[in-house]
Design a protein around this ligand. Structure first.
Ligand code: H79
Length: 451
């Protein structure tokens, strides 16, 4: 028998316990169905989606975390649905805007951390139909428009709930919100979520996926890394339920950890895969091999924020999309519609501009994967078959040496006009000559053909 030191033994036991916890939470032995695999392929090729954060929080124009950030009591927050009357809501227009921008899918908040259901739910009256003067199921209206227009629809669904009495034990956030009872039954909360997920996957036709968020509310944070979970999220029941109801529905969970079994894509919040600019994001060692999706805001906020003027320029948005593609990732770009149902005109305008760019250059984004040239500050590469697209985003000299390409090039041209690019294969790599007058201010795309 091998004798371990006590400290080593302890560490091993902790590791086994942690491993067991995560295995239990997932869908053990998960084998994606043929339908699911096909959906993943579609997702990988789609590359660009619209994220929508819309809820009763939008009324206050201070983001979707306003209940927590302003410590609004449950009782006071419950007044908000009474004001929600989006008379200018036109789902057809949203869908057309997304399509014109070159987006292939929409992901919308069905219920955020505030616990308000933006759909008609039988397990709660705290929903759009029962509590708002508008009285209509905005998700149903959107789902119908999506199906008519041939764009896929995902539902964002919050695991965390600042209002539900059975969301107990409470998590790390929402502690300053008054009016949350001091008891609750966790198992009942899980049943509630199962019921709602069943509704979402039954009453709205084909759903492309479920985007979960809030796992981290129940995880201990050690200041620099995630610790253990204090509850059982029962993913071993939630995930099979979702896959049973709609085998093609893709599950993603914004837990910032290595994907659990049963998930179908991995998401990165405001980070490219492998980056962890926030410090609480996904560590580079936790990047898995499922399809990637990076989500980002069009200004600095998810839910509508009246005072947020930090609108990203079309150029910046295009760069985000191109860089994501150059990292094998989709971009899920967010807008926060206003309480009347309109999307801020400045965002509509920017998306139209991105769409104009995509109509010209979409071929270098859709259906591609990361190319052989590793992402650099100056740009990234994408690839489709024997064609590599070099996206030069920020380079201001006549010579560009591509060290990642040593051989096999048959021709090189500017994607924009098909004109030839002067090139030389050197011992250090492929040397391109890029005359200033051929450079595009947003993205100079160079098409490299291989044998
Ligand atoms: O829906 C949007 C946000 O409302 C939601 N996800 C996006 C898509 C989101 N909620 N929180 N965050 C994003 C980041 C917040 C992390 C925090 Fe924390 C949780 C801050 C405090 C608790 C991480 C964990 C940092 C410290 C502890």
């Amino acid at each position: 028998m091998i004798h371990y030191k006590r400290s080593v033994m302890n560490r091993m036991l902790i590791a086994i316990a942690l491993f067991a916890t995560f295995c239990l939470q997932a869908q053990p032995g998960y084998q994606p169905s043929a339908e699911n695999q096909e959906a993943r392929e579609w997702f990988r090729d789609a590359r660009f989606g619209l994220f929508i954060h819309w809820g009763v929080y939008s009324i206050l124009g201070d983001g979707e975390w306003v209940m927590n950030n302003q410590n609004i009591s449950v009782q006071n927050y419950e007044k908000l649905p009474g004001f929600f009357n989006p008379v200018a809501y036109d789902p057809e227009m949203w869908v057309k805007m997304a399509k014109d921008a070159g987006m292939k899918y929409i992901t919308i908040t069905s219920r955020h951390h505030d616990g308000f259901s933006m759909f008609d739910s039988d397990v709660t009256e705290y929903d759009i139909v029962d509590r708002t003067p508008y009285g209509k199921d905005v998700l149903k209206m959107l789902a119908d428009a999506c199906h008519r227009e041939g764009i896929k629809l995902f539902f964002y669904y919050s695991l965390l709930d600042w209002r539900h009495p059975d969301y107990f034990p409470r998590g790390r956030t929402g502690k300053g919100i008054k009016g949350r009872p001091a008891t609750g039954n966790w198992d009942d909360y899980i049943v509630f979520m199962k019921y709602q997920l069943t509704e979402l996957l039954t009453n709205y036709g084909d759903i492309a996926g479920i985007w979960l968020d809030g796992h981290w509310d129940q995880v201990k944070w050690d200041g620099d890394k995630w610790g253990d979970v204090q509850v059982d999220w029962q993913y071993d029941e939630l995930y099979p339920l979702i896959h049973q109801l709609q085998p093609g529905a893709l599950i993603g969970n914004n837990h910032h950890l290595r994907p659990f079994e049963g998930e179908d894509f991995q998401m990165f919040e405001r980070d490219l895969p492998g980056e962890n600019t926030t410090g609480w994001g996904t560590a580079s060692s936790d990047v898995g091999d499922l399809p990637f999706e990076m989500c980002e805001t069009i200004n600095g906020s998810w839910g509508f924020s009246l005072q947020d003027d930090s609108h990203k320029s079309p150029k910046k948005l295009i760069h985000a999309l191109v860089r994501a593609a150059g990292h094998n990732s989709n971009l899920l770009l967010n807008v926060g519609p206003m309480p009347d149902g309109r999307i801020q005109p400045e965002h509509v305008e920017s998306l139209a501009e991105v769409g104009r760019w995509m109509r010209k250059n979409g071929e270098t984004i859709y259906g591609t994967h990361q190319g052989p040239v590793a992402p650099r500050d100056w740009g990234v590469s994408t690839q489709n078959g024997n064609r590599v697209f070099l996206h030069v985003l920020d380079w201001h000299e006549a010579g560009l040496l591509i060290q990642d390409i040593m051989e096999g090039v048959t021709s090189v041209r500017f994607f924009a006009d098909g004109g030839p690019v002067e090139y030389k294969q050197t011992k250090l790599g492929l040397l391109l000559t890029l005359p200033g007058d051929k450079m595009d201010e947003v993205d100079t795309i160079i098409e490299i053909f291989f044998k």
